[in-house]
Design a protein around this ligand. Sequence first.
Ligand code: PGA
Length: 250
Amino acid sequence: MRNILIAGNWKMNMTVTEAAAFFKSFRIKKNDKVELLFCPPYVDLPMARFFLENSSIRWGAQNVYPEEKGAFTGEISPAMLKDLGCSYVICGHSERRQILGESDEFVARKVKAVLAVGMVPILCVGETAEERKLGQTEERIGSEIRTALFELSEEDAARLVIAYEPIWAIGSGTAATPADAEDISSFIRKTVKAVAGKKAAEAVRILYGGSVTDENIGDFLKEKDIDGGLVGGASLKAETFLSIYKKACE
Ligand code: PGA
């Protein structure tokens, strides 16, 4: 059985001072079947560790640079994140692919680098509104997944989390329907099976992301291939994010 993962992606929000105030008062009731994760900006990670390390809540990063160390000004290595107690790293979020021009190949290197130090990559995939209109959704997502999984062993592929995030749904207030998200999630699982094998396909956790709220999370989690949510805007409000977690525990 796959555990549910509710991951909050804070994006470029929350100063260290704001993050400290947020984490200080954020508490949950532990649930063995539901994991709760915060991915705050890099600078907030020490604060996350300070306030969350004696709780069941996990923390992780929104990005990483796929090299061990060296002359990469401004970048952060997998080992640095691991040392801060990160469990997960978001790789290839559509904002990075679109705004910073990250290619499928570059994202694949990040996935490998994160696995190499024992953290779990959350590989983001998803289509634009235009691609959806042109019927190219599966082509786009299939290629994002094949490139990221190409060089992974079945064992490593099994540890992955894949977030299906239709780009048109992110921050728009209009989520995909649970049925559409399930269609693509099932396609994602089939693709993992074809590339990495049956065991990996059964173990990989697939999240839906894009305008997730405490009102729609329950419906997404009812779908067979959806194992959690990647939550942007709604993770910035403690009360709403807590309510999403509680719905996931139901
Ligand atoms: P959103 O963002 O929940 O604000 O739509 C999701 C994401 O980009 O991960």
